[in-house]
Design a binder for this molecule. Sequence first.
Ligand code: BDR
Ligand code: CA
Length: 314
Amino acid sequence: MAGARKIIIDTDPGQDDAAAIMLALGSPEEIDVLGITAVAGNVPVALTAKNARIVCDFANRQDVRVFAGCDRPMKRPLVTAEHVHGATGLDGPALFEPETPLQPEHAIDFIIETLRSEEPGSVTLCPLGALTNIATALTRAPDIAPRIREIVMMGGAYFEVGNITPAAEFNIYVDPEAAEIVFKSGIPIVMIPLDLTHKVLTLKARVDRIRALGTRAATALAEMLDFFERFDIAKYGSDGGPLHDPNVIAYLIRPELYGGRMCNVEIETGSELTLGMTVVDWWQVTGRKHNALVLRDVDADGFFALLTGRVARL
Ligand code: BDR
Ligand code: CA
């Protein structure tokens, strides 16, 4: 796998997280998944860790190392999203006890040890959920920060504003203090907000193309997406729901599908009304230091062609 980009996927599966994991595992020429770290978010961490293992089973990749991480945000009680993802977090296909083992090590130890042992600047972190694991690792081992190549994350919103509150996107809202640590870390960040993912809709024809592949992984993913979109179709009145997390992986493989600009991004941690809001200086009106590449544009057809092609390989 020479030349493949080394990544750690930090995730709370989640049907859209599952799509991201499948896209990564289906792309070994470009992506080398060093491990998957589960975090509490869409559902509690016992379930997100189990779901990550189920997704590896669906992908026929029982060799992937999956670690369980933090079970709650740094300073707040956990907020979950069963109303979106179902009671298991991965509703849709028939679920089962996975063969992919859970590693005994804690996710935070794995993240720290991996960053210390791999060549500096070679590992990219891909958070698809609340930033609790990442911020906890950075707090416990500040020496890892300059060793991280980049953090490419799904979270936040600016023009589309909130999906869990009127002001906040779910991943940032769950652990705003963790998000603040990450955005103030000085590590290069690529932020994929709702402004972009709301353009990536699971239109029926797109999901049908995945289903038509007929493999175990593709069938499971189509069933997950059928379940996942019902909530957002009712909410937004669109044909298909937004598909968030796999854009993180697609950006790593095909960055030319995406467009955005460098901005300053600050996280609201004080106000009860706007807690977890990502205040993006898109129009460059503050003079505050740029700390993230904020993506807003996407070639959605190109994205779905990539996802479908790569899931076909699993
Ligand atoms: C994000 O929240 C989660 O429910 C999804 O998996 C995605 O990571 C979208 O706001
Ligand atoms: Ca997620």
